[in-house]
Write a protein that binds this ligand. Structure first.
Ligand code: HEC
Length: 304
């Protein structure tokens, strides 16, 4: 009997959820955010097939794409470290220190543009950048292709991933395969996703209060959508400019891409999913404490 009662409670709570969808907090949240889809949308001009994802995975973890044979995509966006690397700014070719913090690869496909200043429109364009950048993997497309063609396993894997292509081992296809792999590290069905799908009871009261504040304070103006950010660019310091330790004055953000005066210190509002796991914060990577990051945002971006 006890058991029956317990399962009845479960069923009743489960069926009660749609009624609670009237809850205005939930409705507001649904108007700003979207749940992460469980079926990933195909990236533009890049059909996802199993062999391509498999090849992309081999490439993502392969340091032979770098000229030193020491650095892979995974060095910077380590899937065991929540898709980031736990460093303020990464260490690149010849132990050079890179200028910005490495964003996580988790859910990266839902971002409108890649990099802190959005200078790559999608993941396949993004993938070509670090492989060639002198401060990162310091390689050249011809070198990458030559190295890959020297390994029969890769030649076979490219043929399987790009069936019907006469010469499939190309730099473009390297990027496409990496993009295909990067559609897999996604984090659907978090409690927040379940909430957005109508299960109003899945968040605690404390969490709901936080959500309410996040919406009331205007954080949602910039951090919204599937990734709670990653959709557009905003000046860092709308209300108040932060110190040079957080906002180094020599990095003018999107200005370097558009050469437009109003784009000085404009950066992509980062996605806030899995934030607890991806310290340190901001493009400078100088803030390690999430509470401090939130409070700095409250000062810099939101009116009190
Ligand atoms: C006007 C747009 C805007 C508003 C409003 C805004 N943010 Fe941001 N947020 C940004 C931008 C741009 C950045 C990236 C700053 C940088 O370049 O490092 C950012 C970064 C962050 C980060 C660091 C994330 C990371 O991965 O490094 C957190 C946390 C954050 N915001 C939370 C908030 C909270 C909480 C609020 C509300 C109090 C808020 N933001 C309001 C635009 C905004």
């Amino acid at each position: 009997m006890k058991r029956l009662l317990a399962s009845l409670t479960v069923v009743l709570t489960a069926t009660a959820a749609p009624a609670l969808a009237q809850d205005s907090l939930l409705e507001d949240a649904q108007s700003y955010f979207e749940a992460i889809p469980t079926v990933v949308p195909a990236p533009k001009d890049n059909a996802i097939i199993h062999d391509k994802v498999h090849l992309g995975k081999m490439l993502y973890f392969d340091p032979r794409l770098s000229s030193s044979h020491l650095l892979s995509c995974n060095t910077r966006h380590n899937v065991d470290l929540s898709g980031a690397n736990g460093l303020s700014t990464s260490v690149g070719h010849g132990w050079q220190k890179e200028p910005r913090n490495a964003p996580t690869v988790l859910n990266a496909l839902f971002k409108v543009a890649q990099f802190w200043d959005g200078h790559a429109e999608d993941l396949k364009t993004q993938a070509k950048g670090p492989i060639q950048a002198g401060v990162e993997m310091n390689s050249k497309p011809e070198r990458v292709v030559k190295v890959l063609k020297s390994m029969p396993t890769y030649v076979d894997a490219f043929a399987a991933a790009f069936p019907g292509e006469e010469d499939p081992v190309t730099f473009d296809n390297v990027a496409k395969a990496i993009e295909a792999f990067e559609t897999t590290p996604i984090t659907p069905s978090a409690r927040f996703d379940q909430y957005l799908e109508g299960n109003a009871n899945v968040l605690t009261d404390h969490e709901k209060k936080g959500l309410q504040i996040f919406m009331d304070k205007g954080c949602v103006a910039c951090h919204n959508g599937v990734n709670i950010g990653g959709n557009d660019y905003y000046p860092f310091g709308v209300v108040e400019q932060l110190g040079a330790n957080i906002l180094p004055r020599n990095d003018k953000g999107r200005f370097a891409v558009t050469d437009t005066a109003t784009d000085q210190y404009v950066f992509r509002a980062p996605p806030l999913r899995n934030l607890v796991l991806t310290a340190p914060y901001f493009h400078s990577g100088n803030v390690w404490n999430l509470k401090q990051a939130m409070s700095l945002m409250g000062t810099a971006q939101a009116k009190n």
